[in-house]
Ligand binder design. Sequence first.
Ligand SMILES: [Zn+2]
Length: 720
Amino acid sequence: MSNDEFPTDQPAVVTCGLPYANGDLHIGHLRGYIGADAFSRALETLGQETAYVCGSDMHGTPVAVNAEQQGVDPEDFALEWHEQYEETFPQFNVEFDNYGHTHDETNTELTQDIVRKLDDEGYIYEKEIQVAYDPDADQYLPDRYVEGTCPYCGEKARGDECDEGCQRHLEPGEVEDPTSTITGNPAEYRERTHKFFEVSEFTDFLTEFLDGLEGTSNARNQPRQWIEDGLQDWCITRDMDWGIDYPTAEGEDSVAPEEQRDGGGEAADESELVLYVWVDAPIEYVASTKQYSERVGVDEYDWERVWKEDGEIVHIIGRDIIQHHTIFWPAMLEGVGYNKPRGIAATGFITINGKGLSTSRNRAIWAKEYLDEGFHPDLLRYYLTTTGGLQQDVDFSWDAFQEKVNGELVGTVGNFWYRSLLFAYRNYEGTPDADVSEEVRERIEGAIGDARESVNDYDLRGIGGAATELAQFGNEYIQRNEPWKLTDEEPERAAQVIRDCVQIAKAVGVLLEPIAPDKAQALWEQLGEDGAVADAHLEDALEAPPRNFDEPGELFAKIEDDRVEELNEKLEERVAAAGDDGDDDGDDEETESDDTDGDEAGDMADTDDLEALADERIGFEDFQDLDIRVGRIESAEGIEGADDLARLEVDIGFETRQVVAGIKQLHDLAELPGEKCILLANMEKAELFGVESNGMILAAGEEADLLTTHGDAEVGEKVR
Ligand SMILES: [Zn+2]
């Protein structure tokens, strides 16, 4: 990898988190695949040689458990989902250069090679650990086969992950009060010998790696905290059949018998162990790149150069798998002497109508459902990439979708494209004979610069924004110059204005291609351009379109209100139906907001008593200047001599702040320690009654109702 700006001379590979072959795809998944697809396309518009690869994640206990429940072979079970994903992605214009799966031969061989190499290098050792065991089922209980309590946060934890609580990766034996998910009986812990990867050896390497890592800030900051807490070695084997076998030493068919009886304890019987799913899953990134190379030829794209030498590796992932990608994965790559990722961008979650996406409650927009409703994939691509920053949570509602489509795509982009091309066609049968004006050339160059900068900042919203803002400028330009008044009296001037508009229209198409590839291609064809807009580079936005083109059609259509009403009703009914089944077992993909309150209307204040809303709007930048954090109150005591003031100690992750708050009369201070709160961290320091206040606690209303979070936001996390 280089530290140069994109485009570089080295080939790039873009990957996204592997879809787990266990269920239908929904909008939460699509955000990642569409985002990575758009980013990979955007790199190509800069002239960066790029491959976009992925594959299905076939192994692990959820697949094994579900296959068992259905009485089918796990391989068949996972393959069926794999094939469905392979079909679905192109329907959203997500076009992988290669899409493999973790159970195929390429990944199996490569995984075993890499593990063997780590072993040769001395990074793997054996250790006796406590493994949950179900005596009735006569079976060890890896990962999802066991449930219990998280030792870190006390929440209910499942197997290898505290997915409802602190989100930590859990090692085998860590779950407290283990219960077997096979029989529901309490599990016992038994001693077993397993293989460990010495992640702790890579502490210095990882610290330096994170300092140089590009992408989103959450992918750098969270792992820094984990490193500070001390890295634990990582158990990389499991007692189960489904997965990639732990490799025997090269040239040996099986484990030597004396190794099995080594020492006092029971040595690891390698023939019974499979690799933990998180070992072979990221290796699929490499395997899929290798398959691509083998298909197009290494002269065209050389996977070994990318992964073993100097390629630009970019991972786009969900923020729930940051630890796997910024700690375990780079340590493995370093251990075998491979190249390391240049950028890791971790996306936020998707909420639906302001509430957590929940597959068990059917509060989700399914991929198939979206397509069945007849909406063009580019509309969803545009919504998901431009509604929030990459690491922000994005809310989806049909109302917001309608507003975005009708406002930006229909009203701004589509409207500009259609009126410009129609005017040009009717008066000039295409592009008028004139040169692009200096003003318009500079404006297009500016948009190209913005797009280039956005790619280098891993900012998809900025890429889409460069296109939409240019179309906005186009609309203003045409309005300001009123070419329809000029055609008779000032024909040269009219030709000039329309020539400019046609050029802007083409530039908007080139800029929008990563986000809305189909619509950009349709415009390309309306302009009479040959070939594919996907092959165009940003600079082509300044090349003149062909002299003649046909009558254009409108490329975007408004979404009507009754359509949205109908979609909202469908969603509501569906969620209500799922709720009736009482399926509230927490089998949710994403964090859920607490909506048990129910009586929303009852909490509404009489608006006559409320402070009027501010008329003046602020920009998003102004909001971003506020550093608002989740905190936990550690202590609270009244300040002597002050009737209303209390002195609080608030933990905000990085440090503990002393703040003064006017809540002495309004709260029982003894109740506050342990409560989460929201703190404005970059408030100017102040001194009140001789006590320094370093931050401001946020509260609502006359009673100083303290703001808090209702989900799993951790102390120190930023409010955005
Ligand atoms: Zn936890």
